[in-house]
Design a protein around this ligand. Structure first.
Ligand SMILES: C[S@@+](CC[C@H](N)C(=O)[O-])C[C@H]1O[C@@H](n2cnc3c(N)ncnc32)[C@H](O)[C@@H]1O
Length: 229
């Protein structure tokens, strides 16, 4: 599905979020520590906008890996990386985020934006993120969520159920993808529930920061450093 919508993905992303996606990515990128040389992995990197924002706002990132399952999304990402002269700090990998095969304990920060909802088992993906992080490392996950207010929620659901599939179909030519987007958001964990899932997967200091009336949420957690116990 992502292979098919790749050419229209960025424009639809900006339109359907009313441009809020820029500020969500900046919030994620600014949650990273600034005073150490870092090795960072961005899972479900897609067309690379999170990866690029991370690198632009954190010159202390020495090396970044972008991983995605869709070759067409990665192809767009690769072009942007080259155009912005970031290729010497970035490598791209095609793999499944929940069983990616990269070495364990090898990243200071693992990020994932609007991707964990698409993996078949969010808990398994969280366990994989924990495995990839160095002890003391940070996971930052951006995902859609639901407004708490009943009135806002009902507006948002109408928007998701009717307007998003319509605009998605018109601009991407794909009937299924933007219906799937609505269903996957409605069926995904609520913020408190996802926070608990992160704790169950072994993260400590887990926080959930609501963004834009809780339409999205930034989750942060730490892989505990057990050698300090
Ligand atoms: C909604 S896009 C998000 C892209 C990007 N992170 C962003 O914020 O714009 C979801 C991405 O997840 C990727 N994806 C879906 N399932 C995946 C999996 N199992 N492993 C890795 N990537 C996956 C898709 O190919 C797609 O690029």
């Amino acid at each position: 599905m992502f292979d098919r919508i790749a050419p229209a993905y960025d424009i639809l992303n900006h339109l359907l979020s009313f441009g809020r996606d820029f500020s969500w990515r900046c919030r994620l990128a600014d949650a990273i520590v600034k005073n150490e040389k870092l090795r960072v992995l961005d899972l479900a990197t897609g067309t690379g906008d999170i990866l690029i924002t991370l690198l632009d706002r954190n010159p202390n990132i020495a090396e970044a890996v972008g991983l995605d399952i869709s070759e067409n999304m990665l192809a767009i990402c690769r072009r942007k990386i080259v155009r912005r002269k970031l290729a010497d700090r970035v490598s791209l990998v095609r793999a499944d985020a929940s069983t990616c095969g990269l070495a364990g304990e090898s990243f200071d920060v693992v990020t994932m934006g609007f991707g964990i909802r698409n993996t078949p088992d969010a808990f398994k993906t969280l366990t994989e993120i924990r495995r990839l992080l160095k002890p003391g490392g940070t996971a930052l996950i951006l995902e859609f969520s639901m407004p708490a207010s009943r009135i806002l929620r009902s507006f948002y659901l109408s928007y998701l159920r009717f307007f998003v599939p319509l605009l998605g179909r018109l601009l991407s030519g794909n009937n299924h993808a933007y219906r799937y987007l609505d269903k996957s958001i409605e069926n995904f964990h609520r913020a408190d529930d996802f926070r608990r899932l992160m704790q169950k997967a072994g993260f400590s200091d887990v926080s959930a920061t609501p963004l834009t009336f809780s339409v999205a949420c930034l989750y942060q957690g730490t892989r505990p450093d057990e050698s300090n116990d």
